[in-house]
Ligand binder design. Structure first.
Ligand SMILES: Cc1cc2nc3c(=O)[nH]c(=O)nc-3n(C[C@H](O)[C@H](O)[C@H](O)COP(=O)(O)OP(=O)(O)OC[C@H]3O[C@@H](n4cnc5c(N)ncnc54)[C@H](O)[C@@H]3O)c2cc1C
Length: 338
């Protein structure tokens, strides 16, 4: 395992912002852990990364960055209804979804094309098009950097919630090494999310007879229409979480803004569209220097070229202030701000 000093992080974050790390190590096999752990212990500041698609670096990182590239996929249990598959934390997420589909293991189709790694999938309980990963996680394997021991989190230990888990509150305490998923042999497509059935029909596919491959393809097409490709325009997907508010708060907002979209969570709680709030404040397509708000999706902040992390964060705060002034709602960033 090599340690590199003063490394540019430009190619290790999907915003493609320029920032340096004091030191960087690539973890590519479990055998390197005994060598890595004492090095990590020496650093007060450490950052465990996968694909860097859910972070914003606002300055140089004065510590050790570990890029997790632990690979390997294996089937642990196989019965007539379901399988348990373990994937190394450094496996590419979309490639893993495709592997599952090819092997007839179902559930992850709607999560196709989410950038990043398998190991980051539990961190913010990734979700898209009506599916969240918590529904398929059996357990998460990690090394606890407080004890240097291997630990296993069963699903119920992970405290999964909307874009949240126990790991988001104990950042850089654990190196997630692998994730175990229980997947179904039976394909039960989830088609209720807005736009999915319409896309299938547009592709001349019938929702009742759609295959897993076809659904995954439709999801990829929907995503390509809405979201900028990070290899072309730097971004981290949705920059803010959709706010959860009380039904009473929603009704008071609706009195002033009759068209406000909402998704009912329970009798007392609703989810409001953060993109709608940002759009209402006039930020869709807004640009200041190379930092901007994507013209096709108000929730996505973009780096058109040379924006710094600080400039993108400044824009995010301007948006937060405007939305709070308009609605009283404080938007919470989805990526990790460093
Ligand atoms: C175009 C685009 C679209 C996106 N769409 C979605 C979407 O639909 N749904 C969604 O939920 N997200 C989405 N995202 C966000 C992002 O892709 C996911 O959150 C993804 O899981 C991040 O994976 P990563 O490997 O890049 O994580 P990183 O950005 O490398 O890390 C994210 C966080 O996890 C921690 N971490 C990463 N790996 C490990 C590990 N092995 N052990 C311990 N900690 C670790 C990091 O310290 C950091 O706090 C999108 C991003 C982009 C750029």
């Amino acid at each position: 395992m090599g340690l590199n000093n003063h490394v540019s992080m430009k190619h290790f974050n999907s915003f493609a912002v320029c920032a340096d790390a004091d030191q960087l190590a690539v973890l590519s096999s479990a055998e390197q852990l005994p060598e890595l752990l004492p090095v990590l212990a020496k650093h007060q500041k450490r950052l465990i990364l996968g694909g860097g698609s859910n972070i914003l670096l606002t300055s140089d990182f004065r510590g050790l960055v570990v890029i997790n590239q632990l690979k390997g996929i294996r089937i642990l249990e196989d019965d007539t209804d379901s399988v348990v598959v373990e994937a190394g934390a450094g496996e590419n997420w979309h490639a893993f979804v495709c592997w599952c589909i090819e092997n007839g293991f179902h559930g992850l189709e709607n999560l196709s094309l989410i950038p990043g790694t398998v190991g980051a999938s539990p961190i913010q309980n990734i979700g898209a098009y009506g599916v969240e990963i918590e529904d398929f996680i059996e357990s998460v394997l990690a090394v606890d950097l407080h004890s240097n021991k291997q630990v296993k989190f069963q699903k119920h230990d992970c405290d999964f919630a909307y874009r949240d888990s126990i790991f988001k509150h104990r950042l850089d305490r654990y190196i997630i090494t692998a994730v175990r998923f229980r997947l179904s042999r039976l394909f039960s497509p989830v088609l209720e999310y807005s736009g999915v059935k319409e896309k299938l029909l547009e592709l001349q596919l019938h929702p009742r007879s759609v295959t897993a491959q076809q659904l995954s393809r439709a999801i990829c097409e929907l995503r390509r229409l809405k979201l900028p490709d990070p290899s072309l325009i730097g971004n981290a997907g949705s920059f803010f979480k959709n706010p959860l508010v009380s039904t009473r708060k929603y009704l008071s907002l609706k009195a002033d803004h009759p068209s406000i979209p909402m998704h009912r969570i329970s009798d007392t709680e609703c989810k409001i569209s953060a993109a709608w709030l940002i759009d209402q404040c006039g930020f869709k397509g807004f640009r200041i220097g190379d930092a901007g708000v994507y013209a096709h999706h108000a929730l996505v902040l973009v780096n058109y070229g040379k924006a710094s992390g600080g400039q993108l964060w400044q824009l995010a705060r301007t948006i937060q202030d405007a939305v709070e002034n308009m609605s009283g709602i404080v938007l919470v960033p989805e990526p990790r701000i460093l």
